[in-house]
Design a protein around this ligand. Structure first.
Ligand code: OOB
Length: 572
């Protein structure tokens, strides 16, 4: 194993040679690549954000200037800097400026707050923070000052906007000198991404120049991106999906234009599609549902005539929704099952609609190695059976950043990353995601896969959102709780109706929710996935229900209904 900076573990020499020979890994840093793209696409528009339009040459120049200013401050090779910017042009300038200076951006999500930023700044030993001034009434400068109070390494608090005492405006940085910028090693860490897990504290994922450049280039290829494409970043750019799958980096690599949506809300993003002639975008399933509801089939004020490809990923897209995209939005849907840790699976543009509707894609690279295993024994499961997905490859990490203890359980001795995702492999080589290992409810000995039940619930015409989670139960240990959001204009079905619906779909009785709660909306994570931890906390505060008290897990008698649950909002 090669040791990368400060404890990130690299690939063994044998794998490195293999990836280089196959042409996956090159010798460019991400900073070099921007210069290359600028030479090729000079005056073409690279980034659009509100009234700002940056050409490739303009972005290249701005990134170089920023790199020199950062170096003048003393920020140099290997220094970590927390980037906490929304989707603004400054994100691209800061990202490439840091890369050019040889520094390592720590890409945090705009929705992160002091607890997360403090943790990530301390974990990375960051020397700097770059954030906006005030967004939607939230003062990032105060956050930065508070974090700096707790994390002594944090010396430079840089503001995109108006500074306050103790912080410095990006616009006011010294120009720096014309001395040549450093040339970082392409095998070193380029960026630190934040892990997407919704349990425990976020971890940092080291992505090297080589592996991330390949990630973006190969993703662009699989999407058939060209210089004519206009990519809309709906999701926060700090997330791997809109950043490099293909996202910002993949689109810039082919000379296309990246339009930054200031907010993911459908009215903003749909308007941008028409205004900027967007051809490709990426979103999480809840947003895709809003798009199709609002704009599908010619509804609403949007033409969407340029849109050709809608990527959906981050969480499972149910079949019903996936099938609506082509007829209603007149675009190809591409399922993307990815992770900040590396492995990306895409349905291909020429996959039959039936495969695209039910699978979450197949690995991006011919060099991706995947195994579907029994997580207790580590043996491969029989063909087509459900097991945990293990993977290694040219853009999948071999270890988290400064987390050796965690690595011991997250990786096998031969370098496979244990994803924690439960999948099944179709004969075509496509994967179907069946849930997360930790997302299986043990209902008195019967296993209820939350994802599977959610998909069945979403097939109900009156249900627009569903999240299934375990609630403690004296008799069963865990009982099944479904939080549902009624479809627009519909009345939420009652628990009995849901049970009949599920039974008609052939589901075992024990799969029927013991409790149903109705919500106007479900809490979302920083990137827009359903946040089950927050939901669990909300439900824990809700009145206790007795409706789940079954004597036996597979009992067929009706569940007794009494107690406070009868008064809680909308139980079935
Ligand atoms: C993406 O990355 P993360 O790091 O925020 O989350 C990764 C996890 C996966 O391990 C899996 O549990 C879940 O999110 N996930 C999906 C999924 N895509 C991700 N579960 C079911 N179906 C899918 N299509 O979420 C991410 C990174 C790059 C591209 C796309 C998504």
């Amino acid at each position: 194993m090669t040791d990368l900076i400060d404890g990130a573990i690299g690939w063994p020499a044998e794998a490195e040679q293999r990836y280089r020979r196959a042409g996956h890994w090159g010798d460019d840093t991400l900073g070099d690549l921007l210069a290359r793209w600028a030479a090729r696409y000079g005056d073409a528009v690279a980034v659009v954000a509100g009234p700002t339009r940056l050409t490739y040459a303009g972005l290249d120049r701005a990134a170089g200037d920023r790199a020199r200013s950062l170096r003048a401050l003393g920020i140099g090779v290997g220094d970590r800097v927390v980037v906490h910017l929304p989707n603004v042009a400054e994100f691209a300038v800061t990202l490439f400026g840091l890369l050019r200076a040889g520094a390592v951006p720590v890409l945090t999500l705009p929705a992160h707050r002091q607890a997360e930023i403090e943790h990530l700044a301390a974990l990375s030993g960051a020397v700097g923070y770059v954030g906006p001034d005030v967004v939607d009434g939230f003062d990032h400068r105060e956050l930065a000052l508070a974090v700096a109070g707790a994390v002594p390494s944090l010396r430079h608090l840089l503001v995109d906007g108006e500074p306050v005492p103790g912080t410095t405006a990006l616009a006011g940085l010294p120009a720096g000198t014309a001395e040549p910028l450093p040339e970082p090693d392409p095998g070193q860490v380029a960026v630190l991404l934040v892990s997407g897990g919704t349990t425990g504290k976020p971890k940092l994922i080291p992505r090297t120049h080589r592996d991330y450049a390949y990630n973006a280039r190969a993703s662009a290829e699989v999407c058939g991106l060209t210089a004519d494409d206009v990519y809309l970043a709906c999701l926060p750019l700090a997330h791997n999906f809109p950043l490099a799958c293909p996202g910002l980096l993949g689109t810039l690599g082919v000379g296309g234009t990246v339009v930054l949506a200031p907010a993911p809300s459908p009215d903003v993003t749909l308007d941008l599609v028409d205004a900027e002639g967007v051809t490709v975008t990426a979103m999480v399933p809840p947003l895709l549902r809003l798009w199709t509801d609002l704009a599908g089939g010619g509804r609403g004020r949007w033409g969407l005539s340029t849109l050709r490809l809608v990527q959906v990923g981050g969480a499972k897209c149910d079949e019903t929704l996936a099938r609506r995209v082509r007829p209603e939005l007149d675009a190809t849907v591409q399922q993307v099952f990815g992770m900040a840790e590396g492995l990306l699976n895409f349905t291909r543009l020429d996959d039959p609609d039936d495969v695209v509707a039910v699978s979450q894609g197949r690995p991006l690279s011919p060099a991706d190695e995947i195994r579907v295993v029994d997580d207790r024994t580590g043996d491969d499961v029989p063909d087509g059976a459900v097991g945990e997905l293990w993977t290694r490859g040219p853009y999948t990490l071999r270890g988290y950043y400064r987390a050796r203890e965690h690595d011991a359980t997250s990786f096998t001795p031969d370098g496979y990353y244990r994803t924690g995702d439960l999948v099944r492999l179709l004969p075509t080589g496509h994967l179907v995601v069946e849930g997360r290992i930790k997302d299986v409810i043990n209902r008195g000995g019967e296993n209820v896969a939350a994802t599977e039940l959610e998909e069945h619930l979403l097939a109900h015409p009156d249900i627009a959102g569903a999240a299934v989670l375990a609630i403690p139960d004296d008799d069963l240990g865990e009982a099944v709780c479904a939080a549902i959001v009624p479809a627009r204009g519909a009345v939420a079905p009652k628990r009995r109706a849901i049970r009949e619906f599920l039974t008609a779909r052939g589901l075992a009785r024990f799969m029927s929710p013991d409790k149903v709660v109705v919500r106007d909306e479900l809490p979302l994570t920083a990137v827009g996935k359903i946040d089950k931890r927050a939901l669990g906390e909300q439900l824990a505060g809700a009145p206790v229900t007795r409706c789940a008290r079954l004597a036996c897990p597979a009992a067929s008698r009706p569940t007794p209904r009494s107690g406070p649950a009868a008064r809680s909002p909308g139980p079935g």
